[in-house]
Design a protein around this ligand. Structure first.
Ligand SMILES: [Zn+2]
Length: 441
């Protein structure tokens, strides 16, 4: 079908035939908004006393949305979790993660997404969707395969420092795509404000003191990671980290609100829209003598907020929503069956091993979240590879089956201390362990 214009004037009677995409009224709009580095417990949506995320709260409380604070990110940093969002494969399946034997890509030794895997954007584009990726996180623009299938993609030129970049580029992209409104839109937005580097805080908010910015490679942070910061200074540093992080959540929340307003104003939010707002991982703010993310699996790094609209409520038996289901929710509007506990895994980051002189990040990490227990292994320098157990409900069983399961997986997932050479082999080890436990088909 085309659009015919009838031109009046000297060339009276001339018809110009303009091709426009055919209307596809059956394609729902699909939107994924990733709040990069947003851990659940610091959001006011999930119980924080500071008003860090009023826009996220408002979205979660709408009658047409489903929300949970018990979502578990499958990977510990941007690449493995986005790869899971975009493929439906878990980190130990897609293997896009830190690997000391992998080539340097940008600033990371990381294994890319296997070329044979069709991404969500590729699959939806084949169905007639316009796939758009607007990422304030430049990592998604590295040649790792995560941007495969997006017809329009924009990546922030650097990490942090330009809060308005995202809204300006999202607005432009939606304007450029407006002509295709009759076709389906698949839009992924990555909001990067909660990730470091973090700007100076704004005490005019009334609940945060004035602190300076935190840069990458901040010497005090490095000394904290090395474990050489005197106790009094370490305490001040932790307060600085928490306050800066909470302040950065208000910026991420503002970007979320403005993104939703833009989508609403341009007519992309409606009864046929599938929307997910969640995070790719959280952030350590001094716990375990560490900070940041990517080399640990813990409550702080894996439990994230989750809000959906136009999608069914997933009710896993464990009570914990594995974000491995994001792929099927977006593509098909259905939850992935999830019989076992939610699982998360992290691989060693060679940079963290080096910076901390082997104190952190030298072991693969693994965690299970079940209906009765959260079990995760944390890297403890003193006692080496300790499983931390936190009971969510009283359990009379002194040796719960899940604890045994974690011990078995830990045994399968052991890799030698640095130099780390067998990254691929370790991934196969954990897959074998998971298969033995029935968590992987
Ligand atoms: Zn991330």
């Amino acid at each position: 079908m085309g659009l015919c214009l009838f031109i009046l004037g000297r060339d009276r009677g001339l018809h110009i035939h303009l091709p426009v995409p055919q209307a596809r009224p059956t394609l729902p709009t699909i939107v994924l908004i990733v709040l990069d580095t947003v851990r659940a417990d610091r959001t006011s949506m999930c119980g924080a006393t500071r008003p860090t995320t009023p826009r996220l709260n408002a979205l979660a409380q709408r009658p047409d949305t489903v929300a949970t604070c018990q979502a578990i990110a499958p990977g510990a940093w941007t690449v493995p979790t986005h790869a899971a969002f975009f493929t439906g494969l878990m980190p130990w399946e897609h293997r896009a993660d830190f690997a000391s034997d992998a080539e340097l890509v940008g600033w990371l030794h990381v294994r890319p997404l296997p070329s044979g895997v069709k991404t969500l954007a590729e699959q939806l584009s084949a169905r007639g969707y316009q796939s758009v990726l607007i990422s304030a996180n430049p990592t998604l623009g590295l040649p790792l395969g995560l941007d495969r299938g997006f017809a329009l993609k924009r990546f922030a030129p650097r990490r942090g420092g330009d809060h308005d970049w995202l809204i300006e580029n999202l607005g432009t992209a939606l304007r450029e795509r407006a002509v295709y409104k009759a076709a389906g839109l698949f839009l992924v937005v990555n909001i990067f404000d909660a990730h470091n580097p973090r700007p100076a805080t704004d005490p005019s908010l009334g609940w945060v003191p004035r602190w300076g910015p935190i840069q990458y490679g901040d010497p005090t942070s490095l000394r904290y990671l090395q474990g050489v910061l005197p106790q009094a200074q370490a305490q001040v540093w932790r307060e600085h980290m928490v306050d800066s992080y909470d302040y950065s959540l208000t910026l991420a929340d503002d970007a979320l609100g403005r993104s939703l307003e833009l989508l609403q104003a341009r007519g992309w939010l409606g009864p046929d829209t599938r929307l997910i707002v969640t995070a790719d991982h959280g952030e350590l703010l001094g716990e375990f003598g560490a900070y940041g993310h990517g080399s640990w699996v813990s409550e702080a790094t894996q439990r994230v907020p989750f809000v959906s609209m136009g999608l069914p409520e997933c009710s896993p038996a464990s009570g914990w929503l594995s974000l491995g289901t994001v792929f099927s929710l977006l593509r098909d509007g259905v939850c992935t069956p999830q019989p076992g506990p939610a699982i998360a895994a992290a691989r060693p980051n060679a940079d963290v091993v080096e910076i901390s002189a082997g104190r952190h990040g030298r072991q693969a990490m693994f965690g299970l979240w079940s209906d009765t227990h959260m079990l995760h292994a944390s890297d403890d320098i003193e006692t080496d590879w300790v499983a931390e157990t936190m009971e969510t409900t009283p359990d009379p069983d002194p040796q719960p089956a899940l604890h045994k399961a974690l011990q078995a997986v830990r045994a399968a997932y052991q890799i030698p201390p640095p130099p780390i050479q067998a990254a691929g082999q370790a991934a196969e080890e954990v897959e074998r362990g998971l298969r033995a436990l029935g968590y992987v088909e």
